[in-house]
Every structure is written in C-alpha cells, then in structure tokens.
Design a protein around this ligand. Structure first.
Ligand code: FE2
Length: 667
C-alpha cells in the first residue's frame, strides 16, 4: 500500500471557493490512482488536506487530474495549486491558477521545468496535446475589421472564458466607478443646459466637480495656451512617440528662414538649427483624407497638419510653424507664433485634435491594446502551461481580453463612445488603424531602437525616454535571466517548436505577415528571444502605462485634446476670434461623454497588479524566483528615482513610475 499526502489550495480570490464535488487522480510513471473525492467545502485562500491510498507505488508523479462535478447548483472553483508528498517523502507542486466550471476535468503538470524522464515522455506529450487542443478551441482568431490585427472570436464579455474575465472585485469596482463618474460628468454637462460654450472658463466646470484628483487638469487649464507646454506634451504627454528630429524640411512644408527667424532668436538661422539637431517635426500625414462624420447631424472636420518645433537655449521645445494640411498653397497658410493670439491658438488646437486621433487610435489602441491581445491569444494557443515563456508572460495578459472585448462592444464599435464623440466616422477610424498597422515597425516597438530612429537621444527633459529606457533595461535584465535559465544555447531556441509556432502566429495574425515591418516570424537565437520577450512585456506594461495613465490628466480640460472640430481648418489668417474658437471645439455633451471614457480608462481600479508583482507562483525553481525578487527590487529603486526627481516640481512626469505601472493592459 502506498499513501500520498495531498494538499489542495483554493485561490485567494472573491468567490473562489466551491461547494461542488471535486475529486483528484494522481498520475505517475508506473500507473494512476483511483479517483479520490475531496468530500469537503473549499474556501478562498484555504488548503484542504487528505490522503490518497494506492495498491502500489505510482512511480515519480507526472500529472494530477482535478474532476469537478455538480448535482444541482453550479459553483465555480478557482484552484491555486495541488501539492503532493509521495511515500518516500518526495514532494511535488502542481500550479493551477485556473477556474473549473460545470462538469470538467483539468489536468495539471508539475511546476518544475526540469527535463522529464524518458518513461513519462509519452504521457506528457499527450497531456500537452490535449491542453493545447482545448485552448485552441477556446481561443480562436477573428477579423474585427479588415487590415486590423486579428482579435479574440467572441461577441461580448459574457462569452469569455472565466480565466479571461475581470475578477468579481474588479468587475464591481469598474461598474461602480463608471456609474459614479458617468453621473457626475454627464450631470455637469446637463447643468450647463446648452450645446456650445460661453467661455473657456466654463470648460473647467465639468471636471471641477471631482476635486482632489484634478491637480493636473487644473494645471493644464492654466498653461494650455503656452508654447512651452504644447512642446512639453510631445515629450511627456500622452503621445510621446511621434516627435522626430528634422534635418531637412519636407517640400510639402515650405517654412522659410524668415518665417521662423523671430522664434529662433538672434544669432542663429534655420539652417544652423537644423544642422545642430535642434529642429523637430511631427507630421500627421496619416490623417489625410480620412472621412469626417457628423455629431448631432452637424458636419465635423479633420485636418492632417504638420508642426515644426525648436529646442531653445533653455532646453524647452516650442512650436515655431504649423501648416494644417499636407498641401501648401494660398489656402493653407503656415501659422506662426507671431500671428494673432487666436490664429495661433486655433492652429495649435487643430494639431492637438490631430494628436487626439493618432494617440487614441494608433499609440494607445493599436500599439498597446490590440498588440497586447495578439500576444495573449498566441500565447494561449501555442504555449502549454508548463512552458517557461507561458509562465513568464501570462501575468502580463491579465484582463486584456476582457477590456478589449468591452472596448469592441461599447467604445470603438459603430455607434460606440469614440464613434459618437470623435470627428472621424467609424470608417475613418477603421481606415486610420489600417494605415497605422501598415506603418508599424519592429524598431518602433523596441524603445531603445525607437529613440535612436527618431533622433531624440539628446533632447533635454524627455522623461518618457529616460524613465522608459530604465524600465526597458530592468525588464530586459529580468528576461535575460529567465531565458538563460531555460535555454542553454541558440539551438535550444531554434528547436523549441511551440515557441516558433507562437512567434509565427503573432507575425501572421498580429502583423498580417508583413515582412517589411521587421517583426520576426521566427526566433533563431537567445538574444532574439530575449529582445522579443522584452518587447512583449514592455508593450503590455510600461508602454501602455505611458500612453494610458495620463488620458484624463491631460484631456479633462478639453481644448487641450479636442476629440472633434466643428468648423473647417482656417484657410487664411486673421479670421479667428474667441467665439469662433468656442464654436469650433467639441460642444458640451460631446465633451462630457468623452471625459467619462477618459476618466474611466485612466483610473486605477481595485485588484490591479503592479509591474513585477507575481502572486501566482508559477515558477517553482529557486532561480526564477530570485530573478523576480531582483526585478522588483530594481523597480522599487526606479520608483524612488521618479519620486526624487520631481519632489519640488509642480507638474510631475509619473506615467512611467513603476508604482503606477500595471503588469498588464487591464483598462
Ligand atoms: Fe488602455
């Protein structure tokens, strides 16, 4: 007779316990136990201990099977792990961290990633085949829109697997937050009782109802007209990835030396400043010709501006010339800081409107949310739970399928919040994202390469770059350790068929097989694997935080990030005045609707997990656990640096503070 001591632990998650019937089977190289019922209620965070007796020793344990059964009421169970002590004293741990629903059997493999003995290879191979077949059945690709990265094939959040859904805690927090903020903002909008604005000050009244968290919006309301704040946002705002060094002016943007002489100051020329690398450009060509829609039956307008910026002697970045179309000519004047106050302000506001689209649809939705979903689905479809890359990445995909499914049903769908509140039609949004995907490069997804490619290595006060590079390095160092531990050499990477199928799936379904993107379709070396994994984790954590967390801060005072424009771009100078400006930016209810979305999307909800927090102990060996501790220590240090840097500053750059960066795209 062989006696096994078994401990089954229920996860510490709301509603994790179960009163349904659970049994367990132990599987060893020499045979299987019979099915042993637990005969106990399972409570969140609690361990249930019992014994399994077998006629003879099962040999080294390979798998455990958990069987869930119910007579009447369904009571889903979230299992954390199973630990078994064999008769000889050897102990095993089988990590689970999954929901069991209805009548089901779940098979778990031991956590340690050591090379299995020859006599269990067949059992493990079969286990892997079954696990991946089940996942490929549960997580299928779908085309949401032609030319977009593929997404999960579900119609609503109700069709999601339990493992992909928000936790109960997060779900109720999300709904509560939405109801409160929705009511507050919409009521504010309603109380104004008119559609257009009477003054700029009135625009503050919408967000001033939620005092306490509105320090940055108040700052924005005071400084939004200033050229230095406009320039600052290209470095440290919501969209810090579009500015690039300009060494030669494009023909389509015929700025003359005389036009910018005043802005550059005495003692220098445009040619000298271009040569010195102090001229920068942002080109919104990607917006050209996109269809504009109507809001409340009234036509809206979209421009594709160009903006030239100069880094002055004090290190500040200022706009020095703006053209609101891609076609120069008499009806597309180049606006300058020396123009009338309202001409210049309106030109800058058109640029901010263009930046709203590019930020939301490309930098935020495409380059973080949709790519994050692609990484998630490919990982679930191709990597078994015991695969080290699965263990490494899965915490970085927490809730991503849920938030993206929600976004597709209420935010970016036809008739959704973005469709209704932005100047682009739904077709325009679809087209913009298509164009964006066609232009994505692997270089632009890897921050150190991106910074070099945009020529912005030495711009002062570029906190996004400085903090981002530190976050990249910390992530890379962690990934390097994990990869070195599991992959002895390049041949091990090349020979990992699951891994190769995974990266090919990302290339095919995420980047639509476009080789010119430079995104790899196979991984040949340890170095290539390390870089790719670093990019995946960085995209899902740091990069998303950088483009997500400041949405309300910088968008709450609406003229700083208007979602639509109600008059066409000016074709001549001298026509702008205050009321025209007020009648051009979005009206009251559009503003209120967009603000509800922005405050929700940049909020921090309960049950968030910071970067480097891995409460689910999927790695059981000491070395990966040591690497995790080192990673967290490094992130703590980086958080202290951010705190220290801005101790006395009125406006802090904190969108890449590790303490406010989540592991995954969950909002
Ligand atoms: Fe987001």
């Amino acid at each position: 007779m062989a006696t096994y001591k078994v401990t089954v632990t229920t996860g510490e998650v709301l509603e994790a316990g179960s009163s349904n019937s659970i049994s367990i089977t132990l599987v060893g190289s020499q045979g299987e136990s019979s099915k042993k019922p637990l005969r106990t209620l399972l409570y969140p965070g609690k361990a249930a201990e019992f014994t399994v007796r077998c006629e003879r020793d099962l040999g080294p344990l390979v798998l455990v099977r958990l069987h869930k059964w119910r007579l009447f009421l369904e009571d889903a169970w979230f299992c954390q792990d199973v630990q078994v002590t064999a008769p000889g004293g050897r102990s095993y741990r089988f990590p689970c961290y999954q929901w069991l629903e209805d009548v089901t059997t779940l098979e778990l493999r031991e956590g340690a990633g050591k090379k299995p003995a020859d006599d269990v290879l067949d059992i493990l191979k079969e286990h892997r085949r079954r696990e991946l077949a089940a996942r490929q059945d549960a997580y299928r690709w779908k085309i949401f829109a032609e030319g977009w990265p593929r997404c999960l094939d579900v119609g609503s959040i109700h069709e999601l697997q339990s493992d992909a859904k928000f936790s109960c805690e997060r779900g109720s927090n999300f709904v509560g937050f939405l109801l409160f903020q929705g009511a507050t903002h919409l009521l504010s909008g309603f109380l104004l009782r008119h559609t257009s604005w009477k003054s700029l000050d009135e625009m503050r009244s919408i967000f001033s109802k939620t005092k306490g968290r509105d320090i940055v919006p108040e700052y924005v309301a005071r400084h939004w007209r200033e050229d230095t704040f406009f320039g600052y946002q290209y470095l440290n705002g919501n969209n810090p990835i579009v500015i690039r060094k300009c060494t030669e002016l494009p023909e389509k943007f015929p700025v003359t030396p005389a036009m910018v002489a005043d802005s550059l100051g005495a003692g220098t020329t445009l040619a000298e400043e271009l040569q010195a690398g102090r001229i920068f450009i942002v080109d919104y060509e990607i917006l050209e010709g996109l269809p504009a829609g109507t809001i409340h039956g009234r036509q809206q307008y979209v421009a594709a501006p160009l903006c030239l910026l100069h880094q002055d002697a004090g290190g500040h970045l200022r706009p020095i010339a703006i053209q609101l179309s891609q076609r120069p000519g008499p009806t597309s004047p180049i606006f300058l800081p020396s123009d009338s106050e309202w001409d210049w302000l309106l030109a800058k506001t058109w640029v901010r409107n263009a930046d709203f689209y590019v930020h939301q649809i490309l930098s935020h939705l495409l380059r973080t949310h949709l790519f994050g979903e692609v990484f998630t689905i490919a990982t679930l479809r191709h990597l078994a739970s015991c695969h080290p890359v699965f263990k490494l990445l899965i915490p970085h995909f927490r809730f991503t399928l849920h938030i993206n499914t929600l976004a597709r049903t209420v935010l970016i769908n036809r008739g959704g919040v973005i469709d209704k509140g932005s100047g682009l039609t739904h077709e325009g949004i679809v087209l913009l994202l298509q164009r964006g995907l066609e232009k994505v490069t692997y270089t632009s997804l890897c921050l150190p390469d991106d910074i070099r490619a945009r020529g912005v290595t030495s711009v002062p006060n570029y906190f996004y770059r400085d903090d981002g590079l530190k976050m990249w390095e910390a992530t890379e160092s962690f990934v390097t350790g994990i990869v070195a531990f599991y992959y002895g050499d390049d041949a091990a990477v090349r020979g990992d068929t699951e891994l190769q199928a995974w990266v090919m799936d990302i290339f095919t379904n995420g980047f639509l097989g476009r080789a010119s993107s430079g995104v790899p379709s196979s991984l040949r070396t340890v170095a290539e694997l390390t870089k790719f994994l670093t990019m995946v984790i960085f995209t899902c954590s740091s990069q998303h935080a950088a483009v997500n967390n400041g949405q309300y801060d910088l968008g709450a005072f609406m003229p700083n990030a208007p979602s639509s424009m109600r008059h066409p771009p000016p074709e001549e100078k001298g026509r702008a005045f205050e009321q025209h400006f007020l009648d051009t930016v979005p009206e009251v209810d559009t503003t209120a609707n967009i603000l509800v979305a922005l405050i929700l999307l940049s909020s921090r909800l309960d049950d968030a997990r910071r970067l480097g927090q891995y409460p689910e102990e999927r790695f059981t060996e000491p070395e990966p656990r040591r690497l995790i501790r080192d990673f967290r220590r490094r992130l703590e240090e980086l958080g202290d640096d951010v705190e220290e840097r801005h101790r006395a500053a009125e406006l802090r750059y904190r969108y890449l503070d590790p303490r406010e960066t989540e592991n995954s795209i969950s909002i």
